[in-house]
Design a protein around this ligand. Structure first.
Ligand SMILES: NC(=O)c1ccc[n+]([C@@H]2O[C@H](COP(=O)([O-])OP(=O)(O)OC[C@H]3O[C@@H](n4cnc5c(N)ncnc54)[C@H](O)[C@@H]3O)[C@@H](O)[C@H]2O)c1
Ligand SMILES: [Zn+2]
Length: 372
């Protein structure tokens, strides 16, 4: 392992480090042993990640003298529900954890969200470590302590704010990630530039192609910058009473599109966010808040790396403007009956808007559907 970088998330007694580097999986045992938990350590992963990376982590724990066992779940979003959670909690309890045992989430956001929620609730709270293995999980879901599962009423509606003790983001594991998943994670990377870091966005315009091609240095810089941005926001607003909502740029539109496509393989979360960010910029332009050139720049860059920026690839059944607006009303982020949007005054100038005329939104969606 060479040249890992550490970012600290400052939350008082619940502060933790986010370590980013290549080869961290080999090093995980020593870093976990240093946390000093009682046995057992229970590593949870999914079948896909288990086949690729579980042996490395278990071997590293064994080498560090840590008594560890593993639980392997079926991969994918369909596991992240009450049935999957019950299966996970039962399997963890079979391992007879104590209050001072430790869970390890080895996988993408699905595993991280489920294991975090299990950690929050088992024995009323035990510690957990995140080892995110998708780009999306490394730059977004493993940091910040949002945990939870989906219900038939919608995504992530049952959960808890519960921070990990440590995050180990090994950028080397991105080598095995399918390109489409890597690209989806890249949308969240670009998001940080678009929210409040125009210099990072300019860097991405020059180097984003290297990131999505899996270049080690470019990936590490992208993950470090993203984690630093997320850590700053979360340290200032852990429970999303204010500025943390900026991280939802593209997500009001994105979640509606995901819901209409059934959260299935037609549209990955990051792809929906890419389309959603383009729509948020376009809405900002239509409302006279943002120069058209900035919106065009955002769209150009996302398209250049290979992300969708419109509804072209979606089934026509998923693009009905009225249905999409109806989904926005059911979103977790509705406050006093008003839908929250993150809009922008330019690249890196995002802000929270709560008084948007939904007729304007519907008109925008109508035009986007007609263009598809
Ligand atoms: N908690 C948060 O703050 C937060 C933020 C954003 C998203 N999320 C949640 O994260 C989830 C999406 O996360 P995701 O995109 O990581 O999905 P995921 O966990 O389903 O992973 C995507 C796919 O990639 C596979 N995979 C993972 N790592 C791999 C690797 N290194 N090599 C090869 N294959 C690998 C997985 O098996 C899976 O099939 C959603 O449930 C979303 O709600 C949570
Ligand atoms: Zn997201």
């Amino acid at each position: 392992m060479s040249g890992a970088e550490t970012i600290s998330l400052a939350l008082g007694a619940r502060s933790y480090d986010i370590v980013v580097g290549s080869g961290l999986l080999e090093d995980a045992g020593a870093r976990i042993a240093a946390l000093g938990h009682h046995p057992p350590v229970i590593v949870v992963t999914d079948e896909t990640v288990a086949a690729l990376h579980l042996n490395t982590v278990m071997g590293s724990l064994e080498a560090a003298g840590v008594d560890a066992r593993s639980i392997v779940l079926p991969p994918g979003e369909t596991t992240k529900n009450f049935a999957g959670f019950e299966m996970l909690v039962d399997a963890i309890l079979d391992g007879r954890p104590e209050r001072r045992s430790l869970l390890v989430a080895l996988g993408g956001g699905v595993i991280g969200d489920m294991v975090g929620f299990a950690a929050a609730t088992i024995l009323r709270g035990i510690d957990f470590v995140q080892i995110p293995t998708t780009l999306l999980a490394q730059v977004d879901s493993s940091v910040g302590g949002k945990t939870g599962i989906n219900t038939r009423h919608g995504k992530n509606l049952v959960g808890a704010f519960y921070q990990p003790r440590l995050v180990l983001a090994d950028t080397g594991v991105l080598d095995t990630l399918p390109r489409r998943e890597l690209l989806a994670g890249y949308a969240e990377v670009a998001k940080y530039g678009l929210i409040n870091d125009p210099d990072f966005f300019t860097w991405l315009e020059a180097h984003g192609a290297d990131v999505v091609a899996g270049d080690a240095d470019a990936c590490r810089r992208a993950v470090v910058t993203s984690c630093r941005a997320k850590a700053d926001v979360v340290a200032g607003d852990e429970r999303e009473t204010g500025a943390r909502a900026l991280l939802n740029l593209g997500h009001t539109f994105g979640h509606a599109l995901e819901a209409e496509t059934g959260f299935g393989p037609d549209l990955l979360h990051g792809e929906a966010v890419a389309i959603g960010m383009v729509m948020a910029f376009e809405l900002s332009v239509r409302l006279g808040l943002c120069p058209a050139e900035d919106a065009a720049r955002a769209r150009r860059h996302l398209a250049a790396v290979g992300l969708p920026t419109g509804m072209e690839r979606l089934p026509a059944s998923a693009t009905d403007p009225a249905a999409l607006v109806a989904h926005m009303h059911q979103d977790k982020k509705v406050q006093d009956g008003k839908v929250t949007f993150i809009l922008a005054r330019g690249i890196g100038k995002a802000f929270i808007a709560r008084d948007i005329d939904l007729a304007e939104v519907e008109a925008l969606l109508q035009d986007a559907a007609a263009a598809a």
